[in-house]
Design a protein around this ligand. Structure first.
Ligand SMILES: [Zn+2]
Length: 86
């Protein structure tokens, strides 16, 4: 039975992929090598790995603030409360 797959791969929030030649507007990065570009022209072939797919990076101020908030929270969680340290 192969039906008990977890949904781990669906954890990525709203990611859109664009192929080389698609008119670009904004920031993109190559999912294969992580190379990032900012472009307002047809998407090129990745100069690093010759990949032909780009992942759009959305830079909304809200998303950024949220990310910072989560980082902050994560930090406070990861630092254990060692008040009983003598
Ligand atoms: Zn690449």
């Amino acid at each position: 039975m192969m039906q008990t797959r977890t949904r781990e791969t669906y954890d990525t929030p709203d990611v859109t992929f664009f192929e080389t030649g698609t008119p670009g507007a904004g920031q993109y990065h190559c999912p294969s090598c992580g190379y990032g570009i900012t472009i307002h022209a047809p998407l090129p072939i990745c100069p690093m790995c010759a990949g032909t797919v780009w992942e759009q990076v959305s830079w909304t101020p809200f998303a950024r603030a949220l990310e910072e908030l989560q980082t902050e929270r994560l930090r406070s969680i990861r630092s254990p409360e060692r008040t009983s340290q003598a």
